[in-house]
Each structure stands twice: as structure tokens, then as C-alpha cells.
Write a protein that binds this ligand. Structure first.
Ligand code: NDP
Length: 434
């Protein structure tokens, strides 16, 4: 960590894993002998590049692009691209580090990576987005490929951006290499359920958590943060399973709709119009209200799903959730709960699922997309969703069993970290000092 000063999110993610895997390391002296901890914390490769582009007025802008290829012991590097002004090397490294263990938990043959740029897509026209994506891929294309590194979407990178990225890759390489990206549109190599997978998967994980206590989502009140890909589909699946999702948010504030969020309206506003969340309250029947600048966690709920961004749910938010009687918290986003928030939830005995387990459905379905691309096949929605539910059940079982085996039953943080670490460490040992 001394080698990476001024990267607080990266330090936070590494500490969180290292602090929990003690029992595993003490039973495996070979991990220490072979310096597995030091090797696993160091990315295999970090790529930083200039992304020049011109806006609609001809003015030239320069952004910084990143791809951190973290670990390829289990398969080709795999992980999303984030376009957001907050993106820095430390953010990309934290996300890449998390991705390594998350991908291991899925049981699929994929290594871990993450990338992105400090580009702000907000307010940019379609053609500006296209030119930025083309410039980004003009550099990235030499580092990615079906067998080397397979990016996907993340914050600020959805189907539109992936289309422009794929188009540029195809043009430069003259190869219709569908397996180079996942999250593609259905007419150009994409797979059904990928769009929904992270949000749906998080809810499937919550179902498993509640089932441990002989409960279900039916009739439960759910609060979600964010209003992007993960949040929208978490709300959709939670409602389909009988819950009432009463609120969601974006960076301007939250909407509270006591009758339950109207998912079709939310999709229209966020996916089509790309408007702020206040628009939802303005259009929805009376009863829905927009609350600017406040955390959505001030609303009492039984299930809380943070699905926006890192460190958005603080100690005070966690205390408010506990006071409101929350029964389960699952991270749809990556590291949305601060370490202090996690401590509050665990001290109160609230079941808590970390992102690397709860939101692994997205990357697992990306691996299913890679399978379909490799076999030039296209599975039905029902088949793919059933596979996703099965995979989330397996991840839940693996985390729960591992936690119990190491003396911490019900602790999903320990279970996820230890199970993910063992899979990656064993593969690294098998491959030798590379
Ligand atoms: P999107 O860009 O689709 O949506 C992000 C949402 O979060 C937007 O509504 C955004 O609002 C909101 N947001 C961002 N910052 C804040 C903030 N400080 N407070 C409140 N809301 C905020 O991204 P995704 O839904 O794809 O990703 C969300 C999270 O899930 C990220 O942590 C990502 O890494 C993680 N994830 C995503 C996966 C996927 O398949 N997409 C897979 C696994 C994890 P605004 O528009 O105002 O900025």
C-alpha cells in the first residue's frame, strides 16, 4: 500500500479483504511462503492513456483513460468500464481488486480487471459520446480481446457506449469479435438478461438471505439508492417478488413514492430522457415527492439496497436503518457502505451482503454472454434468468458455508472474502511464480 499513496478507496478495499482472511492464511503456510498476499494486491498490469476528443463546437478536450488488468489466474481479465469525473487510478484499482474476488465467487473462468476514464458524460450529445468512445477504444483495442481482456459497462457506460466502443474495435481490427465486450445489444451479439442481471442477481441474493430466517420478500418495504442500471432492475425484480420498493435516488436527491416506484416511468426518465430524478416526482401521481440533497436511507425500510456508488451509505445512515428496523442490507453497487457503516450493521446483527457476492450476477451473466458468443448461440430469457438465479444461490451457499467452516456463521463478508481468496490463491499457486 505504501507503493500507492493517495489512493484511499484502494487502501480501503485491500484492508477490508486482508483483515478478514486471517483464518485462511493461518491454515495455509504456503500462501505466506509464496507471498500470495503481496502478489494478489499488486495488479498484473496498469494501462494509463490520453483520450483526446472534440466537442460539437470543435473545442478539443483531453481525458485520462485507464485499464487495470488485475489478475488473470482464473481466466481472461474481465470487468467494467466507468466514465465519471471521479475516476482516478485509485478508484479503478479498488474496483479491479474487488472484481478479482467477485469473479472468483461466480465459479466462472474469468480473471479480474476494471477501467474507465475521468470523462463526464452528463449533458454531452450523442455524437460527443460517440467521438469520446471511439477515441478511448482507439487506444484500448490493442490491450483487449476475447482471450485477453473483456470489458463491460459500469457507471456512465451502458448499451449506447458499448455500441460505439464495439463499433470502433470492429473497424480498427476488421474482426467481428463478439467476445471482446459484454453487455452488448441483442442485435449485435448481446445476451438476454445481461442488462437486468446485476439488479436481479442482488435481489436473488436477498431472497436467499431472508430464506435463512424463514422470510421472503413478499410484502417487504425496500429502499434503493441510485436510479441507474443496477437500481432500476433491483426495483423491478423486488416488486415482481411481491415487495414494495418505495424510493430510489440519484446524485441530486431521492424520490419517495409510498405506493411503490413505477418502473416503466423510471425507465422512461432515466434510460430514454436521461433526466434527473426530480422529473419522476413531477410526473407521477400525487403522493410521490422529491427530496433534494438528502440520503434515501432516512426512510425506514425492511430491505436496503445501495445501488449507486462507493461510500454512499455512512455510519449515520446505517444507524438510521437499524433504528428503522432493517432486516437485510445487500450491496448492489461496489463498496457503497463505508467500513463504519458495515460495523454498525454487523454489531446490530443485521445480515449484510458485500458487493462482491451480492452484485456478482452481472459479471456472471457476462460470462454466460461470452459462452453464447463462443458457441454462436442465443439463449432464451427464461433459461438465462434461471441460470442467474442458480448462480446466485451457489454464491450464497459458498459464502455461508465458508463463513461457517471458519467459525463465523452468517458472516457474508468473511465468507465472501475467504472463499474468493482461496480460489484465486490456489490458481496462482498452481500457475507458479508468474
Ligand atoms: P449507472 O451509471 O447506470 O447508474 C449510477 C446511478 O448512481 C445513477 O443514478 C447516479 O446518479 C447514481 N449516483 C452516482 N453517484 C451518486 C451519489 N453520490 N449519490 C446518489 N446517487 C449517485 O451505473 P450502474 O447502475 O451500472 O452502477 C451502479 C453501481 O453498481 C456502481 O457501483 C457499479 O460499479 C456497480 N455495479 C454495476 C454493475 C453493472 O452490471 N452495471 C455490475 C456490478 C456492480 P447521477 O446520474 O445523478 O450521477
Amino acid at each position: 500500500l505504501r507503493r500507492s499513496p493517495a489512493e484511499p478507496e484502494f487502501h480501503q478495499a485491500v484492508r477490508e479483504v486482508l483483515e478478514t482472511i486471517g483464518p485462511v492464511v493461518s491454515q495455509h503456510p504456503e500462501y505466506v511462503r509464496q507471498k500470495l498476499l503481496e502478489r494478489i494486491a499488486e495488479p498484473e498490469r496498469q494501462i494509463i492513456f490520453r483520450v483526446p476528443w472534440a466537442d460539437d463546437n470543435g473545442e478539443v478536450h483531453v481525458n485520462r483513460g485507464y485499464r487495470v488488468e488485475y489478475n488473470s489466474a482464473l481466466g481472461p481479465y474481465k470487468g467494467g468500464l466507468r466514465f465519471h469525473p471521479s475516476v482516478s487510478l485509485g478508484i479503478v484499482k479498488f474496483l479491479g481488486f474487488e472484481q478479482v474476488f467477485k469473479n472468483a465467487l461466480t465459479g466462472m473462468p474469468i480473471g479480474g480487471a476494471k477501467g474507465g476514464a475521468d470523462f463526464d458524460p452528463k449533458g454531452r450529445s450523442d455524437s460527443e459520446i460517440m467521438r469520446f468512445c471511439q477515441s478511448y477504444m482507439t487506444e484500448l483495442h490493442r490491450h483487449v480481446g476475447e482471450y485477453t481482456d473483456v470489458p463491460a459497462g459500469d457507471i456512465g457506460v451502458g448499451e449506447r457506449e458499448l455500441g460505439y466502443l464495439f463499433g470502433q474495435y470492429k473497424r480498427i481490427t476488421n474482426r467481428y469479435e463478439s467476445g471482446v465486450l459484454t453487455g452488448k445489444g441483442l442485435t449485435w451479439g448481446g445476451a438476454r438478461v445481461r442488462r437486468e442481471a446485476t439488479g436481479y442477481g442482488t435481489v436473488f441474493f436477498v431472497q436467499e438471505m431472508l430464506a435463512q430466517r424463514d422470510q421472503s420478500l413478499d410484502g417487504k418495504t425496500v429502499v434503493v439508492s441510485g436510479a441507474g442500471n443496477v437500481a432500476i432492475h433491483a426495483i423491478e425484480k423486488a416488486q415482481a417478488l411481491g415487495a414494495r420498493a418505495i424510493a430510489c435516488s440519484d446524485s441530486s436527491g431521492y424520490v419517495h413514492d409510498p405506493d411503490g416506484i413505477d418502473v416503466a416511468l423510471l425507465k422512461q426518465i432515466k434510460d430514454v430522457e436521461r433526466a434527473p430524478i426530480a422529473t419522476y416526482a413531477a410526473r407521477r401521481r400525487p403522493g410521490a415527492r422529491f427530496v433534494p440533497g438528502r440520503p434515501v436511507w432516512e426512510l425506514p425500510c425492511e430491505v436496503a439496497l445501495p445501488c449507486a456508488t462507493q461510500n454512499e451509505l455512512t455510519e449515520a445512515d446505517a444507524a438510521a436503518l437499524v433504528a428503522g428496523g432493517v432486516l437485510a442490507v445487500a450491496e448492489g453497487a461496489n463498496m457503497p457502505c463505508t467500513p463504519e457503516a458495515v460495523r454498525v450493521l454487523r454489531a446490530a446483527g443485521v445480515p449484510f451482503a458485500p458487493g462482491k457476492a451480492a452484485n456478482a450476477g452481472g459479471v456472471a451473466t457476462s460470462a454466460l454472454e461470452m459462452q453464447q458468443n463462443a458457441s454462436r448461440d442465443s439463449w432464451t430469457f427464461e433459461h438465462t434468468e434461471a441460470r442467474l438465479a442458480e448462480i446466485m444461490g451457489e454464491i450464497h451457499r459458498l459464502c455461508a458455508d465458508t463463513a461457517a467452516r471458519y467459525g463465523a456463521p452468517g458472516d457474508y463478508v468473511l465468507g465472501a472474502n475467504m472463499a474468493g481468496f482461496i480460489r484465486v490463491a490456489d490458481a496462482m499457486l498452481a500457475l507458479g511464480l508468474v
